[in-house]
Design a protein around this ligand. Structure first.
Ligand code: FAD
Length: 395
């Protein structure tokens, strides 16, 4: 009889983990409290960010799980070979990431998640259960683990028993909080003083021959408008639009409490961005779009003894987005765990134990790098050349 596993969370990491485990012969059930995001009727989508950057770390991990999968799930990526820094006068300066064409890639979060769900659907030994919210796990030594769910359909809770549980249920993980009742898990959660707001750059109104006719600015760069302790960034989408995100301290954002203050702020700081977004649209978005908080989660260990449960992805290491590595690292978690399961010939207790001790240093480091990269992006990227030009401008 194959071993049974509940994967909690059908986000980016949970889907990849389900594929990886199914390919190793486990009988997988993948749960999510949302409804199927591929259905036209589903409103309740994961709207954390419209697009993300996937790097070599993530792509290598996808390919480790299933050779050839990246050709299917990453077919719409847009390579970004470097940053494009926009100064106050609208001057743009390209900074390549590497000497040999190395790049990160912009991808639509929803498209990637849906493609991974399609991969899950193509596997015989994975059952998908949407509309199931994990509320409790009854952990039992040397026996099955019982997961309790509230569902949209039934008023009574539903219970399912599994050999083990894989928690991929994001930064506010219920799997993690259930494990914390069983385990002396070190845990910290830290909000940083930064709010994010997403804005939308529409496809170029007039054809721009320089950029394939549809993009207002280069699609192959991660655009940054660095302004000290706040900044704007933009990543291209396949339809010619860009998703732009403003990051800045909460007090600054909350102080912009009238349309005219927002208008002045945007036009004074990001005049060339306002031009391609449209002034009214930029002010509307700043005023009405959700304001996101950013937090870091660190914990240790990541597993429960006897191979009963383990957490991966944001559930184990939520990080601020400035290094573009949250999802990439979550994909890498899946690769590392699968390598250890293979190494220990499926002995979960040994694999989980080694995972927790081996992975912690790397994860703590990347959380730190992500925090530090805010300084780099918001003002470190302003090159000496730019500073010199600015000085000359004032002479
Ligand atoms: P999630 O994406 O949070 O998925 C968790 C899933 O679990 C969800 O589907 C949720 O519905 C489900 N769930 C939650 N609770 C329960 C429950 N109780 N029962 C059942 N289901 C449950 N990362 C990058 O690598 N590159 C980037 O460029 C990048 N940009 C970002 C930009 C922003 C603004 C933000 C906020 C994050 C960014 N990230 C980026 C980070 C990335 O979004 C996360 O690291 C990634 O989404 C984590 O995936 P996950 O599957 O672990 O968690």
């Amino acid at each position: 009889m194959p071993e049974t596993v509940a994967v909690i969370g059908a986000g980016l990491v949970g889907c990849l983990a389900a594929v990886a485990l199914a390919k190793r012969g486990y009988e997988v059930t993948l749960f999510d409290y949302r409804l199927d995001p591929r259905l036209a009727t589903t409103q309740d989508r994961n709207l954390r960010s419209i697009n993300l950057a996937i790097s070599a770390r993530g792509i290598t991990s996808l390919e480790y799980v299933d050779k050839g999968i990246s050709k299917r799930v990453l077919k719409d990526i847009i390579p970004m070979q470097g940053r494009m820094i926009h100064n106050l006068r609208g001057h743009q300066e390209a900074q390549n990431y590497g000497l040999f064409g190395e790049c990160i890639n912009s991808i639509d979060r929803g498209v990637l998640n849906n493609s991974l769900l399609d991969e899950v659907d193509n596997l015989q030994n994975v059952a998908l259960k949407f509309g199931h919210k994990l509320s409790q796990i009854k952990f039992t030594p040397n026996a099955k683990q019982t997961c309790v769910f509230t569902t949209n359909a039934a008023s009574a809770a539903k219970e399912y028993a599994f050999d083990f549980v894989l928690g991929c249920d994001g930064a506010y993980s219920s799997t993690r909080s259930q494990m914390q009742r069983e385990l002396r898990m070190d845990f910290s959660q830290e909000y940083i003083d930064c709010c994010y707001i997403e804005l939308y750059v529409p496809p170029a109104k007039e054809h721009n021959p320089k950029f394939n006719g549809k993009f207002a600015i280069s699609p192959n760069h991660l655009h940054i408008w660095p302004r000290g302790n706040y900044m704007l960034i933009a990543l291209a989408n396949g339809d010619g639009s860009f998703t732009s995100t403003f990051f800045g301290p909460w007090s600054l954002v909350e102080g912009l409490d009238t349309r005219s203050k927002i208008q002045d702020f945007l036009t004074n700081n990001f005049p060339d961005a306002v031009e391609i977004i449209g002034l009214k649209q930029a002010v509307d978005a700043f005023e009405n779009h959700p304001r996101g908080a950013l937090m870091c989660v660190e914990c240790s260990p990541y597993h429960l003894s006897q191979g009963r449960a383990i957490i991966l992805g944001d559930a184990a290491h939520s990080m601020v987005p400035f290094y573009g590595q949250g999802m990439n690292c979550g994909f890498e978690d899946v690769r590392v765990l699968m390598q250890l399961l293979d190494k220990h010939s499926g002995n979960r207790a040994a694999a989980f134990e080694e995972y927790s001790s081996k992975r912690h240093t790397d994860l703590v480091s990347i959380i730190k790098l992500a925090k530090n990269n805010y300084k780099e992006m918001s003002h470190g990227v302003i090159s000496n050349l730019y500073l010199l030009r600015k000085k000359l401008d004032t002479l």
